[in-house]
Design a binder for this molecule. Sequence first.
Ligand SMILES: Cc1cc2nc3c(=O)[nH]c(=O)nc-3n(C[C@H](O)[C@H](O)[C@H](O)COP(=O)(O)OP(=O)(O)OC[C@H]3O[C@@H](n4cnc5c(N)ncnc54)[C@H](O)[C@@H]3O)c2cc1C
Ligand code: SF4
Ligand code: SF4
Length: 436
Amino acid sequence: MSIQKQMKTLEYDVLVVGAGIAGGESALNLADLGYKVLLLEKELSIGGKMILLSKVFPTLDCAACITTPKVSEIARHPNITIFTGAEPQKILKKGSHRFEAVVLQKPRYVHVADCTGCQLCEEACPVSVTDEYQYGLVGRKAAYIPFSIASPRAAAIDIDNCTLCGACERACPTKCIDFTQTPEEFLVKIKSVVIATGFELFDPLKIPRYGYGKYKNVITSMQMERELAPTRPFNTVLRPGDGKMPDNIAYVLCTGSRDKSVGNPICSQICCMYSIKQAQLLMGALPMADITIYYLHIRAFGKGFNEFYVQAQDMGVEFIKGKVGKITGKENGNLVVRYEDIKAGTVKEAEHDMVVLSVGVLPNQGISGVFENEELQLDPFHFVNQVDLMASPAKTSIEGVFVAGTASGPMDIPDSILSGGAASAETTSYLRKESL
Ligand SMILES: Cc1cc2nc3c(=O)[nH]c(=O)nc-3n(C[C@H](O)[C@H](O)[C@H](O)COP(=O)(O)OP(=O)(O)OC[C@H]3O[C@@H](n4cnc5c(N)ncnc54)[C@H](O)[C@@H]3O)c2cc1C
Ligand code: SF4
Ligand code: SF4
């Protein structure tokens, strides 16, 4: 069986799928050892979710300050080729140390090398749509730079919403906008594959009683993350319903985690800690605000995590062991949280002016269907199965295919980086066996 058609053929040592922190770490390690790496990212920028975060628990280091130097090292490395807007369509195992992949690259309608990032196209474009990189909190233009620290920092045209008015083309000083671009397919020959496709966030619309989508002041933790980030949409923390600065914010932990009724029985491992982090950041941003965290159990299991939890308590964050049943909106935009106070054994209500749903981590399942002639096994929760978890954690069911980061299960950034390192070490040892 061959998948060779009339396509441009490219050859690398390793294909890394997904350019979040885990895939980026794997790609850098392999490239430093002299291997030629093709790094695929389906979004317009590399950096994954981490590049969009505010600060990181438990150190409160700035996420962008850690991510941007790594991202620029990846972007400049002579042994790494990056395709953004690109995904593998199929991957075929052709023999030991031999894979073929068909990669689809979507058109950006901008020649990246010539784009200066001046944003004149954005200013000229008359079309406004919701900004997915700000998680729907604000709008963007149909001609747009994904976000200010994107890599590459180049414009793209959102062709689905573009009216083809030509205003961006006329405004562009380097004439790099090109509406003739079409999707391109490449045949990529590689010796090994690293899967670093990351995770999806739980969609809170699946729990209608929490009022997400109905009440504008119920937001997700990722939206709050954007409000707190240096590249934030507003200059401070605002509630989306009316632009008021909130002074009484509630968190609902385990939204879509440890909940069989929504099909996700497992702990997401990061939500307790990122909520505690956000609570501390909010106390700095809004010193007069009250913060309440409704939790079932606080899982502060990592290095420095329990101290971080105690620090939040000492700062005045209120922790209520309570199961939230329902959130209802009031005319003034405030929200009434009805919950079971587990310690008191009673049902209570409390009013807050903003509610943050600490949404859980879900598997990104699409990648398993890409493998054509061998099965990429998934675990019972649909993450990529680690077939030899104790001895060889990056190994998958296909020899020569390794997994890195949250593609194999929920984990935080330090563990994703460690896992990216493990995947590159196991890939190296596999590649070295070829020459023996
Ligand atoms: C609200 C929130 C706050 C957080 N705060 C913290 C914190 O303070 N500290 C901490 O340690 N952790 C935090 N985390 C967790 C952190 O985001 C993850 O640990 C980390 O992003 C995992 O990295 P990853 O590379 O595995 O996955 P991702 O960041 O998901 O990256 C995967 C990449 O693969 C790409 N991709 C997916 N499928 C394909 C495909 N088929 N082809 C090509 N590309 C593909 C995606 O577009 C993405 O760029 C937080 C998470 C959330 C949701
Ligand atoms: S051609 Fe499309 S992207 Fe360019 S300005 Fe007009 S609507 Fe915006
Ligand atoms: S596409 Fe042109 S106008 Fe837009 S940012 Fe790039 S160089 Fe500037």
